[in-house]
Design a protein around this ligand. Structure first.
Ligand code: 4NP
Length: 147
């Protein structure tokens, strides 16, 4: 799960997808990272921590990190929150196999919108949570339906 700062959107996406996969007893390793490095080592934004907590998910122990090229080999799927993230991550790819792993979270869930609006600027953490939760639910259902 990738966003810009790894303190607002992608920590929520990590927490939600990890919880949903754990609930389904899947052995998924979900992680998140930012394209930028300004917040490396920081905890998630208090707005993200609180909205996750309200829904029974603890993301308070997460620490922000910057996306690393090694992530292309470590992870099977790389979900980005918006177009800026997509361009930044695609720019780091060196082959088609890696590029194919990069997807918009919302588009992968067949949602009409492409970008998850950034609550860092809008403070709409509840809307962000609902949007990401809905996308993660759809993705996990589609993946597990295949197995
Ligand atoms: P995020 O939100 O990409 O969802 O973590 C942001 C967090 C910090 C900044 C921008 C967006 N920032 O400019 O510091």
């Amino acid at each position: 799960m990738v966003c810009l700062g790894n303190i607002c959107r992608s920590p929520l996406a990590e927490g939600i997808m990890q919880k949903l996969s754990n609930d389904k007893k899947l052995n998924w390793k979900v992680d998140s990272a930012g394209t930028g490095g300004w917040h490396v080592g920081e905890s998630p934004h208090v707005g993200s921590i609180n909205i996750a907590k309200k829904h029974g998910i603890d993301i308070s122990k997460q620490k922000a990190r910057q996306f690393n090229k090694r992530d292309f080999d470590v992870f099977d799927e790389i979900y980005v929150m918006d177009e800026e993230n997509y361009k930044d991550i695609i720019r780091l790819t060196t082959n088609e196999i890696h590029a194919k792993k990069v997807k918009y979270l919302l588009s992968a869930a067949n949602m009409m919108e492409q970008n998850v609006p950034d609550p860092y600027y809008t403070n709409k953490f509840e809307d962000t949570y609902n949007l990401i939760f809905s996308a993660c639910k759809t993705i996990i259902s589609s993946k597990t339906a295949l197995n």
